[in-house]
Design a protein around this ligand. Structure first.
Ligand code: IPE
Ligand code: IPE
Ligand code: MG
Length: 254
């Protein structure tokens, strides 16, 4: 059986179906104002709310944001603790409103390291919003692209141990099905705020053909116009997925 094409067939001029964002620059935003770093993270939550609303308004199907990386445990213990508290209070405060807007919430990453209370709130938020269809809003927390691929491979290894799978049967499609976000279209647009131009172990597999957009704007300053500018940049690009531009212009079978 031929393998289905893994690439997304979105064409230029379009609205992305799935946007993935590294929300960076909260600490520098706070520093500029001589505020503690946590004040930047708090201001960042407001930007998340704005972008979620904008995604719904634009009929974007999926939004995935990087909230805490597997490497962020290296930060001072105090900041990590405050971030966990903020995650908990933001969940408690926002879930009802998100539900009213038809948002389905998913949290991806290794949640076993989180305080139990936070793990419970995460599970509740996911269950409560599971049937919603306006927007799938995924928060990557204690997430790493390498963790993601590793847990997928571990699952396949177990299937081999049980005799349910042969190594030769492992395909890109099968591995992809074990990754987080496997139920969503691949991200069309990746945005990183805060001026750095790196992936920082975000979605390594899933970004294979994503359009990248970097901005110096710090995450708490990322307003409606900033997101609109990113969408405009996306709409102006020609996605070729390995083909020539002539093929794409002739709309040859994708
Ligand atoms: C991103 O902002 C948020 C998290 C990583 C939790 P930063 O805290 O990395 O902000 P900068 O990069 O120090 O400005
Ligand atoms: C990436 O930001 C992770 C999140 C936004 C959650 P960082 O600020 O941690 O990334 P580096 O360390 O500068 O690469
Ligand atoms: Mg940073």
């Amino acid at each position: 059986m031929p393998e289905p094409d893994l690439t997304n067939t979105q064409q230029s001029g379009a609205i992305p179906r799935h946007v993935a964002i590294i929300m960076d620059g909260n600490g520098r935003w706070a520093k500029q104002r001589r505020l503690p770093r946590i004040a930047g993270h708090r201001a960042g939550v407001k930007s998340v709310r704005r972008v979620v609303e904008q995604c719904i308004d634009c009929s974007i199907e999926a939004l995935t944001v990087f909230a805490f990386s597997t490497e962020n445990w290296r930060r001072p213990q105090k900041e990590v603790g405050l971030l966990m508290e903020l995650f908990l209070t933001a969940l408690e405060r926002e879930v009802k409103k998100l539900h009213q807007h038809g948002v389905r919430m998913c949290i991806v990453g290794d949640r076993s390291r989180f305080p139990l209370k936070l793990q419970n709130r995460i599970a509740e938020a996911e269950q409560y919003t599971a049937a919603n269809t306006a927007l799938t809003f995924t928060i990557a927390a204690n997430y790493g692209g390498r963790w993601d691929i590793t847990q997928a491979v571990r699952g396949l290894g177990r299937a081999i141990e049980r005799g349910e799978l042969k190594a030769g049967e492992i395909s890109e499609v099968l591995l992809q099905s074990r990754l987080t976000l496997s139920d969503l279209p691949e991200p069309d647009l990746f945005i990183r705020t805060g001026g750095e131009q790196r992936i920082s172990n975000f979605l390594l597999w899933q970004l294979a053909y994503t359009e990248f957009y970097f901005t110096d704007t710090l995450w708490p300053d990322f307003g409606k116009e900033s997101f609109a500018a990113a969408l405009e940049s996306f709409a102006s690009r020609q996605r070729r997925f390995g083909r020539t531009s002539e093929q794409v212009e002739r709309k040859e079978a994708l």
